[in-house]
Design a protein around this ligand. Sequence first.
Ligand code: SAM
Length: 399
Amino acid sequence: MDCRGAASRTCNRRTQGVAGNRCASRAWKGNETILPGRSGGVHTSDQPAAIPSPCPRADHTQRAETVVSHAILTDKYGRQITDLRISVTDRCNYRCVYCRTGNDGALFSELAMGEYLRMARVFVSLGITKIRLTGGEPLLRRDLTELVGELSRLRTADGGRLDLAITTNGHLLAKMAAPLAAAGLNRVTVSMDAVDRERFARITRVPNGYENVLAGIRAAKEAGLEPLKINCVLLRGFNDDQITAFGCFAREHQVMVRFIEFMPLEEDRVWSPEVVVPLKEILERMARFRPLREIAHGASETARRYLFDDGIGEIGIIAPVSMPFCGHCSRVRLTSDGKIRTCLFSIVEHDLYGLMRAGADDERLSRFIVDAIAHKEQRHHIGEPDFVPPSRTMVHIGG
Ligand code: SAM
C-alpha cells in the first residue's frame, strides 16, 4: 500500500462507525461529546490566557548560575534520575476524550516561573540533565519563553547545556516556535491523535484545531526544533484505524510518529485493557502497510524505534502497558503546584513548594529531593488486581 489515498481509506472505514471495526465489542466506549467552541471557561483562542497565579511574579533579573555540585540522584533500585518534567499549568485548551471529562477545568494552582526556575536549578545541581516542560498545555503560560531562556542558561553538573524540550498539543505553536527556539529550546513533541481534520475535532472537542497543529509543526521544523516527535495515543475502535495514515504522515513530513499505549490516567476512569492497542498489534498492522526494522534505542528511552524498510520515516512505540520499562526509568515530575511525583502512578506526592514557601534554603530543598527520589516506586501495577489509581490524572500531572 502506498500513501496516496490512505486518509480516504481511513475515512471510508470510519464511515462504518465503531460497529464496523473488527474489534467493535472491545472498542472505546468513553465520553466523546463534541462541545461546540468554548465551554466551561476553557481557553481556546490563539492568545495565551492570563495566569491566575497565587504566587509572586517570576524575577527574571536573577540570573541562573553555573552549578558545580557533582551529586547524582539515584533511587534505592539503583536507577539514576536525570530527566525532570515540569508541568507549568494544568489548564488545557483541548478536551481530549481519553484524557478529560470535558467538564472539569484546572484543579491545581500554578507557581510563578521564577519558582519553577529555582526548583529546576536545585534539581540540576543534583544531576538532572534534561528538562521537559509540559502541562496541561504549557503554551498557555504567557512567560514560557522567558522560563526557557533562564533554563537554557543553567549548566549541568559537568558544565554542559541542558537538553530542553516541550510537550504541547501544538495549537499555539505556530506563533511560539521561533521565540522558543531563540530562547534556547532544543526540541518539541506535539501530541496529535489523528491525521484527519474531522476525527481530530472529535478527539480534542475543539473545532479547527487540526490546521493550527499542522501550522505549529511546520513552524517548529522551520525554527529547527528537531527531531520533531508526534505523539499519538491509540484507542481501539476510536482512532486505531489511523495507524497507516500516521505511517504516511511520518514519511511525508519527516517527523517521528510515536504511538503511546493508553494508560489508566484519564479523568473519566474508563480505562480497560481491551481499549489498549498493544505494541505487537501496532507493529503487525503497520507492517502490512510497509515492512519495518527495529533500530537501537537508549536504555532509558521510553520508545522502541523502527524505520521503514526504505529508510524513509521513523515510527516509535511507547508501550508502558504491554512492555513496561520501569526498570530503566530515569524520570521525576514536578506538578504545576510544586509537588514532586516520582512516578506517573504515584499515590503520594512530595510537597517541594510547601517547603520552599516555608523558607527552606537550597541545601534543605536538595535533601528533600534526594529523599523523595530514594523512595521512587519500583514499578507501576497497571492491569494488576492490586492497582490503585494514581492521586492525579495525566492532565493534572504533566505527561
Ligand atoms: N497538552 C500537552 C500535549 O497535548 O502534549 C501536554 C500534556 S498531555 C497530558 C501529554 C501527553 O499525554 C499527550 O501526548 C497525551 O496524548 C498523553 N496522554 C494523556 N492521557 C493519556 C493516557 N491516559 N495514556 C497515555 N497517554 C496519555
